[in-house]
Write a protein of this length. Structure first.
Lengths: 279, 798, 165
């Protein structure tokens, strides 16, 4: 099991990487590589050129500024796991981090890579959706910011253009009224979940408002459960479970019916986290 | 640094000065492995070595209409592109049957498919190139036209008249059938107070050795000799098979095993791609290396345990088991695997079901059918996990039905400890087992009453924990009854050659092999003990047909019991020879001398008389100083084979304590225990680690592992992300306990311990889950693996 | 564009300049080109952990990185970690406790465990058995059932914590 031949180029700047993408339509970007490399080894993907963006400076930072947490595309999972900024201002990311793969994977895998790859069973895309974050991208036409609502388009498909590179993700910084919840069910720790749920809300007296529930592992993209969000905002957990309108497909680990049932179980558990949580 | 003692040493009657029997001594050969300085077959490189990659059939069943290889032949680095038809000129096909499995049949199998591919993953063409990557590149350039044929995938309908026959020459899809009817089964069921029936399914799973299968074959045209570096458990068996199918004499074939990255029965079979690699080396007159990658391993390493068993048990209201009945159906792929056959597993299910229990009425039927999936064959604890699941599942279901404690029903039916020798209903001869003592030990070890109290208290809080048990017997130390009588050249005897070197150190050459079980440590312990030196003066050589006595290798829990006994005897023989030399040198009677800590001493006083280094110096360099006519023999060979009993059965009982999340169907394992009796314990640490590792393989079967196929014969989860092997965090700590009933068949009295863990764990987990869910009225779960979905379904939640 | 890449890489303290195929993984490079066969290939898709080694001080999957990516990097394999003596107590614990059987997963397992032990030392804590189990859950062992490995790592964690105080 060896990759098909490809060329390799280490990009020194975003502009260089963008230009290389333009010149080589069959090229792929290499960031952490923790998903891509496996598909290359199995010859499920055979790009003509790998453009290694790991050497591009300035893309690895994690910063709290203007009420937001900005995470550079090349920040590694481990960086986020150990970041005081993430722990304080993006607690949902901190909560999700131990569920992602294993230490050796987290040492290499990047947050930008995970969001760009947009695996529907992965934790971080769902967190981004739950937090209503945004994505910075740079392409031949310059920079732009994409709201999460516009970002996830389909199975492994995002709003990023063929020559666009994700440069950062931005999340609203948590404050004392921020409530978050996270749970997933995987048969083995570190595996992709059968179903998972990332959630955020704002405390509203004893209740909740702005509830955002983002499921993963139940569709082609991370999916919001808007009916359940509204019910939770009313404090109606049973109603929230009843309002779940997910229609997950069968996969290797579970049938759609099992996933749907488990989504309801997770909703109760995450709702409890949202409601009980106090800073 | 403190290492917690793993288990108190079990002292043996064989204790003498320098005895290592019963002591948890560390394995002497481990530093090489912890430092990354082992040499596995995948590490072997030879001058002129080329790499082979196999193009594999994407279809479960297809006629090969044409193969176009021109583009591949011209690809960079390619040495040769070889089809099945071309390789058939170098190597003859084989048929996996044994004469003692009456009626078993199979079709000739070729190293590379000729005309027809019979499972998804069967090799259809070989590319040999300078690198594996180049070989894979060229595979993509081969154009094969297939005509897809109907795939037989469902064993339930494999024998129906409307189902296509996979091998027309065989007439039908039946590989093997066995029926047994002992005692008065119908009458026993009729007279039972309760009869319980259930259908058990054991999921098709596979070994997933950490190191995939690997072989480097080196045909030396100048020597007319084939050297095969082969990650195998049975080098002499493979020597015979390579020679036979290449039309060579066995003396023209040498097999070396080196370090082997896990085996578990996976590496004791004939694999078409490994045979093809050896044939390619002969054809190309240069070394050829094949290392299965993980993806091809999943569709070519033997699978096992794909059984559906309808089971029935009768009991009286006081818990006496009146009868067992089973109907086993298993699909084994398109060929019976050579040379051990794919009939043995079902045969073992018939032999072993009901095995721990003194119940005279037993009826069994087993049918083994062909199908277009990867082949199945013997994997660790062959047939045991299936038979134990059926037996122990039925026993606990029966106990629940009559309201009896699961340990109590066992106490009332297990063969009595003082009633041996005994014979099971299926005819297995049991020399001496200890079911009741093992059960009593377990009862105490787990604090059964305390666990039940905790379980009850937690149930009131909505926490559902279960306690499950599995009694078992295990086949070990097989005699010729296993394979030899069926005509296979798989030896049941084993040999050991022990020699004293010129500095007074010992080397032992043994026919058993090491894949991590600790066989080499056991051999060193046996020789050091019976000869009388410290273990650091003993070096062990295994895994080389040129340099070891003819032996069977390591499988069926035979290395310690058979290889260890041969080593023990060889050490004793050499001790006699050395004392004869010492007697001659010291003008003493050999019987008045002993060897202790590598020094010849006066037997009664212990006074030191002569160092072995001095003895060796004289014997090798100054034999002229020895008495006239005296010849020193500083090398001794002994062989051993069990004769009094066909198998040395072991026994034991396991317990599992687990918690089921009744909302999610997830199972959390809290603790696992195993008490077993493998006779004399040569090294308690190694025994315990065999049990622990085996238990976790059994847990894999119960909760995680299954080779999933669709109805067209495509494997759906053939990678390590989707096929779930047990990883550390989901596994429990495992406590081990022992009872010791030595076999009288050997002087050491050691039986095997390699498979007990795997034999009992799946049943134990199943019973614990059902115990946890019984108060909720859940349907009993009998279909492994027990996924969250199946548990939720049993609870009526989906 | 070239399918080969020139790299200069420090492996176990030794500076090496090689031309490698762009597609060659780091583990294939150290095994095939450098003869460092202590790093093992188990799955080549990032699940089994047999190829775990250190790059620039942190553990990685050798099958999920390209050698070409390691230009300028510092790579440490089991051979280097053994020769330096860094793992000596952990290796001894594995040997004493029989925390390895076939040994194929062992170099990766040791390398992964050492990262946890280093983190624990930095935090002046001793990891629990569950924490040890979680940390090594990306390293597959088919032989031991993990119990002995957890014992060995735990004993070293305690010993190192004790030695420090």
């Amino acid at each position: 099991m060896k990759p098909a031949p490809f060329a390799y180029k280490k990009a020194r700047s975003l502009d260089e990487a963008i230009a290389l993408l333009g010149e080589n339509p069959e090229a792929r970007l290499l960031a952490g590589g923790q998903s891509l490399m496996a598909t290359l080894n199995m010859r499920l993907s055979a790009p003509s050129l790998l453009i290694d963006i790991n050497g591009i400076g300035g893309l690895g930072g994690i910063a709290h500024k203007s009420g937001a947490v900005e995470i550079g595309a090349l920040a590694r999972h481990t960086d986020a796991e150990r970041s005081a900024t993430i722990a304080q201002h993006a607690p949902l990311i901190a909560r999700a981090m131990p569920f992602i793969g294993h230490p050796a994977i987290r040492n290499r895998g990047t947050l930008g890579g995970s969001i760009a790859f947009a695996d529907p069973a992965a934790e971080l895309p769902a967190c981004l959706l739950a937090l209503d974050g945004e994505v910075d991208a740079q392409g031949p036409k310059g920079k732009r910011t994409i709201k999460t609502g516009d970002y996830f388009k389909g199975l492994y498909e995002t709003a990023l253009g063929p020559q666009e590179i994700l440069t950062a993700i931005r999340l609203p910084a948590a404050d004392s009224n921020t409530r978050i919840g996270f749970a997933e069910l995987a048969r083995r720790h570190g595996d992709y979940a059968i179903v998972g749920l990332a959630a955020s809300a704002r405390a509203d007296g004893k209740g909740l408002k702005n509830v955002r529930l983002a499921y993963f592992g139940v569709g082609n993209t991370p999916l919001r459960a808007t009916g359940a969000e509204a019910a939770l905002a009313r404090g109606d957990v049973d109603g929230a479970v009843a309002a779940l309108d997910l229609e997950p497909h069968d996969d290797i680990q579970a049938t759609g019916a099992v996933k749907k049932h488990l989504a309801g179980v997770l909703l109760r558990r995450v709702a409890a986290q949202l409601m009980e949580q106090r800073p | 640094m403190k290492i917690t003692a793993d288990s108190p040493p079990v002292l043996s009657i064989l204790d003498r000065p320098n005895s290592y029997i019963g002591r948890a001594v560390p394995r002497p050969n481990l530093q090489r492995l912890t430092q990354g300085r082992g040499q596995y077959i995948s590490d072997v490189t030879l001058p002129r070595m080329a790499h082979v990659a196999y193009l594999r059939s994407p279809h479960a069943h297809a006629r090969i209409v044409s193969i176009s290889t021109e583009a591949a032949k011209n690809a960079p680095g390619v040495v040769a592109v070889v089809t099945g038809a071309e390789l058939a000129k170098v190597m003859t096909p084989w048929v996996g049957v044994l004469t003692h499995l009456k009626g078993i049949k199979s079709a000739p199998q070729s190293p590379i498919a000729v005309e027809r591919a019979c499972w998804q993953g069967e090799a259809v063409c070989a590319v040999v190139a300078r690198t594996r990557a180049q070989a894979e590149d060229a595979c993509e350039l081969i154009d094969i036209v297939y005509e897809e044929l109907p795939a037989v995938t469902n064993p339930e309908t494999a024998l129906d008249a409307g189902t296509p026959v996979i091998h027309a020459s065989l007439g039908d899809n039946l590989c093997f059938e066995r029926k047994l009817d002992v005692g008065e089964v119908d009458k026993a069921f009729a007279n039972s107070d309760a009869v319980v029936e259930a259908t058990f399914v054991t999921g098709r799973h596979t070994g997933v050795c950490t190191e995939p299968r690997a072989v480097v074959a080196d045909w030396n045209e100048g020597e007319q000799r084939m050297t095969v570096y082969h990650a195998t458990q049975a080098p002499h068996m493979m020597q015979n098979l390579f020679a036979k199918h290449l039309d060579l004499s066995e003396s023209q074939v040498r097999v070396l095993t080196k370090d082997v990255g896990g085996s578990f029965g996976i590496k004791v079979h004939t694999y078409a791609d490994e045979m093809a690699t050896v044939a390619l080396s002969k054809l190309l007159k240069r070394p050829v290396k094949f290392v299965a990658d993980r993806i091809e391993s999943f569709v070519t390493d033997i699978h096992a345990r794909d059984h559906r068993i309808k089971g029935k048990i009768g009991v009286s209201k006081d818990g006496i088991i009146t009868a067992f009945e089973i109907d086993d159906l298993t699909g084994i792929g398109p060929y019976s695997v050579y040379p051990r056959t794919s009939g043995i597993e079902a045969n073992q299910v018939v032999n072993l079901t009901g095995g721990p229990y003194n119940c005279p009425n037993y009826r069994a039927q087993a049918r083994v059918v062909f199908q277009n999936k990867n082949v199945m064959c013997q994997y660790r604890a062959v047939g045991h996990p299936i038979a134990v699941a059926v037996t122990e599942g039925l026993v606990e279901l029966a106990a629940a039905k009559i309201g009896m404690d699961p340990l109590e029903i066992r106490r009332r039916n297990l063969f009595p400890d003082d009633g041996y020798p005994a014979q099971t209903a299926s005819g297995l001869k049991l020399e001496q087992l200890s079911h009741h003592e093992a059960l009593a030990h377990l009862d105490t070890m787990i604090d059964y009453a305390g666990l039940r109290a905790e379980q009850k208290k937690l149930r009131d809080k909505g926490i559902y924990r279960g306690i499950g048990f599995a009694s078992f017997i295990e086949v070990t130390n097989p005699s010729a009854a296993f394979y030899g009588v069926g005509g296979a050249k798989i030896t049941s005897q084993d040999g050991a050659t022990v020699k004293l070197d010129a500095q007074g150190a010992i080397t032992i050459h043994s026919g058993v092999t090491e894949q991590g079980q600790g066989a080499e440590a056991v051999l060193a312990q046996c020789v050091a003990s019976s000869f009388g030196v410290s273990m650091d003066r003993v070096r062990v050589v295994t895994g080389d047909t040129d340099n070891t006595p003819y032996g069977g290798g390591t499988w069926a829990s035979r290395a310690a019991g058979i290889g260890g006994e041969a080593a023990w005897q060889a050490g004793k023989a050499l001790r006699g020879n050395v004392l004869a030399v010492a007697g001659a040198m010291l003008q003493a009677k050999p019987e008045d001398l002993d060897i202790r800590n590598g020094i010849v001493v006066d037997k009664t006083t212990g006074a030191e008389r002569l160092g072995l280094d001095e003895l060796a110096r004289v014997a090798y360099f100054r034999p002229d100083t020895l008495p006239p006519g005296f010849q020193a023999e500083l090398m001794a060979t002994r062989h051993y084979v069990p004769r009094a009993w066909p198998f040395a059965f072991t026994n034991g009982i396991q317990a599992s304590y687990l918690e089921v999340d009744t909302d999610t169907g997830f199972v959390k394992l809290l603790r696992h225990w195993c008490v077993e009796d493998c006779g004399t314990i040569i090294n308690p640490q190694l025994v315990n680690e065999q049990i622990r590792g085996g238990v976790v393989q059994g847990i894999g079967a119960a909760l995680f592992e299954q080779c999933l196929y669709d109805e067209r014969g495509q494997m759906l989860n053939g990678n390590m992300a989707d096929y779930l092997v047990p990883m550390a965090v989901e596994m429990p700590d495992i406590d081990c306990g022992h009872v010791v009933s030595p076999t009288a068949d050997s002087e050491l009295g050691a039986k095997g311990a390699g498979e007990a863990g795997t034999a009992g764990a799946p049943a134990c987990i199943m019973n614990a889950i059902n115990d946890a869910l019984r108060p909720l009225g859940a349907q009993p779960l009998t279909d492994m693996p027990f996924t969250p979905g199946k548990i939720l379904a049993a609870l009526g939640k989906i | 564009m070239s399918m080969d890449v020139d790299i200069t890489i420090t492996v176990n303290g030794e500076r090496i300049t090689e031309r490698v195929e762009a597609r060659k993984t780091l583990v294939d490079f150290v095994r095939d080109d450098l003869g460092l066969t202590g790093s093992h290939v188990g799955c080549e898709h990032g699940v089994c952990g047999a190829c775990t080694m250190r790059v620039d001080g942190v553990i990685v999957r050798g099958c999920l990185m390209l050698a070409a990516q390691c230009d300028g990097a510092k790579v440490e394999t089991i051979e280097g970690l053994s020769d330096s003596g860094e793992l000596a107590d952990l290796q001894a614990a594995f040997e004493q406790r029989n925390a390895l059987q076939c040994g194929y997963c062992t170099p990766g397992m040791l390398t992964a465990a050492q990262e946890l032990l280093n983190q624990a030392k930095a935090k002046q804590s001793v990891p629990s058995r569950d924490e040890i189990r979680e940390h090594i859950s990306g390293n597959y062992c088919r032989c031991t059932g993990y119990h002995a490995i957890v014992d060995a790592v735990e004993s070293v964690a305690k010993a190192r914590a004790g030695a420090k105080s």
